[in-house]
Design a protein around this ligand. Structure first.
Ligand SMILES: *Cc1c(COP(=O)(O)O)cnc(C)c1O
Length: 214
């Protein structure tokens, strides 16, 4: 696969769903790849949206990639003691607790920086996955409205791994319904194995890693 072929598959999924491809943002997930690989496989093709899931790893690559006007997405679970590094992220996909929201708000206030976030929802309610249940997510979205330096723009979910992506279609449609109910526009859902189904169900952001680098 390559970035181009993933973009082509995104376009085809949009066509099937009667959607405009401009409304689906591909985030190339670059975790576990070196700056050189990222440059060759993604940035040299003019793609700017990159996702990382570990602050430490991301910071080690950051210096090599500053020339490229990268638009960074934080997609992994975020510890509160790492919030101080997070201002370069254009979007944090993994807001999953009031405590984390408070920490972001506190740091944001100090630096007059508004953190754009998505609330991570554990739609499938798997014990092994982080993220709030749908009910908790609603409460968290509501809570964040009281914070001046945290702006929730949508929801994010990770579907369980399955052989046949059709099995997780309800996970994506549930997230879409919750987003509609809460009046939130962005839906970050879909990874290498299931991004086409996610797009058919309304994803506005897909996070694709291994399929690009394979
Ligand atoms: C790694 C990761 C992805 C991308 O997964 P692939 O299956 O490699 O496409 C997407 N979202 C999150 C949160 C991840 O950690």
């Amino acid at each position: 696969m390559s970035l181009e072929s993933i973009k082509e598959r995104i376009n085809q999924a949009c066509e099937r769903a009667g959607r405009n491809p401009d409304n689906v943002q591909l985030v190339a997930v670059t975790k576990n790849h070196t700056s050189a690989e990222i440059t060759e496989v993604v940035l040299s093709h003019g793609h700017k949206h990159l996702g990382e899931n570990r602050i430490q790893e991301w910071r080690e690559k950051l210096d090599d990639l500053t020339d490229n006007a990268v638009i960074w997405h934080m997609i992994g679970s975020l510890q509160r003691n790492k919030v101080k590094y997070c201002r370069p992220f254009s979007l944090i996909h993994s807001l999953n607790s009031e405590r984390l929201a408070d920490e972001l708000d506190k740091h944001g206030e100090k630096h007059n920086h508004v953190f754009k976030c998505l609330v991570e929802v554990n739609v499938a309610e798997e014990d092994s996955k982080l993220g709030a249940s749908s009910k908790q997510a609603e409460a968290l979205v509501d809570y964040a409205k009281s914070l001046d330096f945290v702006k929730v723009q949508g929801l994010m979910t990770m579907a369980p791994y399955v052989e046949d992506a059709e099995e997780v279609r309800p996970v994506f449609s549930n997230l879409r319904d919750l987003g509609n109910k809460l009046g939130l526009k962005e839906l970050s859902m879909g990874m290498s194995g299931d991004f086409e189904v996610a797009i058919e169900e309304g994803a506005t952001i897909v996070r694709v890693g291994s399929a690009i680098f394979k």
